[in-house]
Ligand binder design. Sequence first.
Ligand code: GLA
Length: 391
Amino acid sequence: MNIIDQVTATYKETFGHTPAHIARAPGRVNLLGEHVDYNDGFVLPAAIDRATFIAFSPTTALHSTLRAVDFNQQTSFFSENISLKTQIDSSPLPEWALYPAGVMWSLMEENLSVPAIQAVFASDVPRGSGLSSSASVEMAFAIAWQALGGWTLPSMQRALLGQKAENQYVGVNCGIMDQFASACGVENKLLLLDCRSLEWKTIPLPKNVSIVIADTTVRRKLTSGEYNKRRAACEEAVRLLQQDLPHIKSLRDVNVNDFNQFASKLPDEVEKRARHVVEEIGRSNQAQGLLEAGEVQTFGKLMNECHVSLRDLYEVSCPELNVMVNIAQGLEDCYGARLTGAGFGGCTVNLVAKGGAENFAQKLANGYEAETGLHPEIYITHASNGAELLE
Ligand code: GLA
């Protein structure tokens, strides 16, 4: 059964009638510009062909009821006390419900009409894999409430409200990249976002390449604490560098030469974190020119450099991600391979010559399994459209 049929059938079982609407919002993969969105840098993600689907209807009940197929759990909550993060019996909301409830909260903060909803949702974006399953849940619910509330927001605005939900309601200090890609994705295109101005454009994926996603199947717990620590280190670096470079507002404003001149004034760990960001912003600055010129070899080299930097400077890789990347980089037809997303487990992204992609995926799977004993999931992905209401 496909996911749309699954959420529709579960909706009918749960609520006794057919859902009024179906919404869909994709996950994303990021090709370059990792851990730079919250430093005002450039990112190059694409929405992928895996998504969260919601079957939903308005309800005359005073509370909203959500059923999560992937957890086989259900929750109900009132909008009046949404900020308490409790269910109607006053017990805490289950963790998975914080994402939709957080979106309700942030939409209400904007004084938008956010009617009670009955919804069933499911996702084929693997959780905790670096492919933004949480942003896809947030953006799917933003579309659902937009449909029921009778208002329309630009997709970037929905993305910002999703980020606010995650920052202030869920408590993860994420940047804007994931919600942006899920909200604004365009079929067959990469998205280039300036995280400072929020201006963005699409870049066609060069014709002769495929994007291959390789899931190590390793999931790390409590990554949000490590993530927030990385972000704090970047802020600390800005604060210290401002003594010599008073004009800087974020690491975006520091070029490599200036950084090298003053880096020794930073504590070791802060220096490593900031060096990754400064150099990665430099790499992602070159992305557009290289891709438009079809220079995929050079672009792939930047992806490989990004992985080394995430591994050694930002320290967000793990042994399984390194094994997956090492094997990939040694295979023919692979231009570049690196971990994608926040890190600490999850997936790698690989840029591969189109004709060789199937063979690459097979060899990578065999090699990874032989070395780790784990069964990875490896697939060619297609860039998809952003969050939408389906007819
Ligand atoms: C997570 C965050 C994003 C971004 C990436 C790392 O996916 O949600 O905002 O910071 O990590 O690039």
